[in-house]
Design a protein around this ligand. Sequence first.
Ligand code: PLP
Length: 417
Amino acid sequence: LKTTKITDPELYSIVEKELERQKYNIEMIASESSAPTEILELMGSVFVNKTEEGLPGKRYQAGSQYADEVENLCIERAKEAFGCEYVNVQAYSGATANYTVFNAVLDPGDKILAMRLDHGGHLTHGSPANFVSKIFNYEHYGVDLKNETIDYDEVEAKALEFKPKMIIAGASAYPRLIDYKRMREIADKVGAYLMVDMAHISGLIGAGVIPSPIPYADFCTSSCSKTICGPRGGFVMCKEKYAKALNRSTFPGTLGSIQINGIAAKANMFKRVIEPEFIATMERVLDNAKYLAKELEARGFRIVSGGTDNHTVLVDLRGKKITGKQFDQALESIGITVNKNTIPNDPESPFVTSGVRIGLTAVSERGFGHTEITEIADIMEKVSDNIDNEDVLKECKSQARNLVSKFPLYPDGYFED
Ligand code: PLP
């Protein structure tokens, strides 16, 4: 930011502070990752200047030759990475990706069956706080409270009774694999579309370290900034037969001019997803997540569903006699960011919660392995047992800083002047 540093020092200093925060903070928010240098560069490229509406070869603007090349490359790479029949890469985010699918095949008043927000679902899946609830008619399924995994019999029973036009599989805080085959069978029984919202887990799927929903789903939506480690953005994959409806719904249905700079960054993201380095990172994410779950359990934390099959560990703090809010704030004060999160059947409100959601993507990208995860578990135990003890928290803060300092953010020196 050489020019901004000179012409807008006030703003520059805020960016500098954020860079310092990211450098010396242990980032464990499950939806976060650190975008590689190429992605930061591409987000700031001259494609910021180009207005484009419509698809490559069918734009409403002149001068689209290179924008078309970028978007076609992005589409080609996405198809190769995920083996999908069709993809639209224009969505601004995971949330807008979902809206474009709803708008593509549903009418106001249509019924959607999705996962409960307080059992791990997402706001865009029909929360009363999201505008989609004013348009569509929602029913929700949850997890079986005995094993805290999706109760597919409940999904089926609800589908048979409610007769939804769409079933959504996918969640924000669900640490287990989803049985897409069973979800497809249920959708087929009631003639519903199956949409898989893989916003959180698309990096793991693209890298092939967990199963893919592509063979089963009519539509798959995703964010680009979670495990897939790309820019802010989204994309939608679907069966070829829905391509026209999806494209019309994307533009002019929901979006205005698209972000070709973002699509360039997504093109780089899709290229990396199938490269050995990214696959190794995703393997490390899975391994670290399973390891952290075990290490925390050994220190008296209860792990929701007894473990994890993805990048997320959901922790029940009730045994530690603290709330999610308290733990989240105490960890933030010592340089570890997680987020408070409801657990199934949570007695606390969503603002307080009994749990936290911990994500392993960013630390695994930085190179953390078992030694570092053990130290994080030690720190978490100390913090949970000494939530109001300033001296212990101070000690934990310096321990966390020492740990993270061994793993530089952007070791290629991108941010060094
Ligand atoms: N879908 C799910 C399951 C999510 O967890 C999220 C974000 O956390 C979204 C959609 C929205 O993605 P974005 O933040 O990219 O709009």
